[in-house]
Design a protein around this ligand. Structure first.
Ligand code: AMP
Length: 223
């Protein structure tokens, strides 16, 4: 039996990791694991770790490896991950990348592909600052680039409540970009050295990028 695929999407805030990961779930039956989503759920639950994470997230910094790894390990215990996973927003530090390799090795698995979404930093501030999601189904929208067809009503589920993330403002995005360049971008070299890195231009349109990702995953699956 082949072991489940482990795919990582790397890229700064606003690069489209979440959007593309949700599409890849549909296209390939993989499961999206977003540590940002898991941390927001922990923060909403009011747990001690969640409270600690919330303050760091609101400031645009990185939550400690210990907290992130604990919630990720928990999530990896769910049976659906056997379908294969797309890691969105993880790993973000050297320590997390090394810990992930260890966890996978214990299960006889490895990282199959890491796709770096290459974008222009300044454009990311506008992309992130205008985005919001449907409170019911999580469908993503943007003030400038993607409004619902009927104002105030979600195209996908008909919901009328929308939400914006507390950290999606220009000032916090600048901090998040700094954290990305200081702590996460070095992982591009880490994975290039392992021979699993692919880089794609992620400035174009969403469907074109979905197609590029699809062909990379198709090649990885064929091997
Ligand atoms: P995201 O939803 O991926 O944009 O993440 C939102 C925020 O959650 C980040 O700005 C960090 O504060 C925190 N976060 C998410 N994933 C990680 C991670 N792997 N390591 C550290 N902090 C993280």
């Amino acid at each position: 039996m082949t072991s489940p695929m482990v795919l990582i999407l790397l890229g700064p805030p606003g690069a489209g990791k979440g959007t593309q990961a949700r599409m890849l779930e549909e296209d390939f039956g993989l499961v999206q694991l977003s540590t940002g989503d898991l941390l927001r759920a922990a923060a909403a639950s009011g747990s001690a770790a969640g409270q600690q994470a919330k303050a760091v997230m609101e400031a645009g910094g990185l939550v400690s490896d210990a907290i992130v790894l604990a919630i990720l390990k928990d999530r990896l215990r769910q049976p659906d991950v056997a379908r294969g996973i797309i890691l969105d927003g993880f790993p973000r530090t050297d320590g997390q990348a090394v810990a992930l390799d260890g966890l996978l090795a214990e299960a006889g698995q490895r990282v199959n592909a890491v796709i770096s979404l290459e974008v222009d930093d300044e454009a990311m501030i506008g992309r992130v600052a205008g985005r919001y999601t449907c409170g019911g189904c999580g469908e993503g929208y943007h003030d400038e680039f993607k409004q619902p067809a009927v104002a105030g009503t979600c195209d996908k589920c008909g919901g009328t409540a929308f939400k914006r993330r507390a950290d999606d403002n220009a000032e916090t995005v600048r901090e998040r970009l700094k954290a990305y360049h200081a702590q996460t971008a070095p992982l591009i070299t880490y994975y290039a050295d392992k021979g699993v890195l692919e880089r794609i231009d992620a400035m174009g349109d969403i469907a074109a990028i979905r197609g590029r990702l699809g062909s990379i995953i198709g090649q990885v699956t064929a091997h």
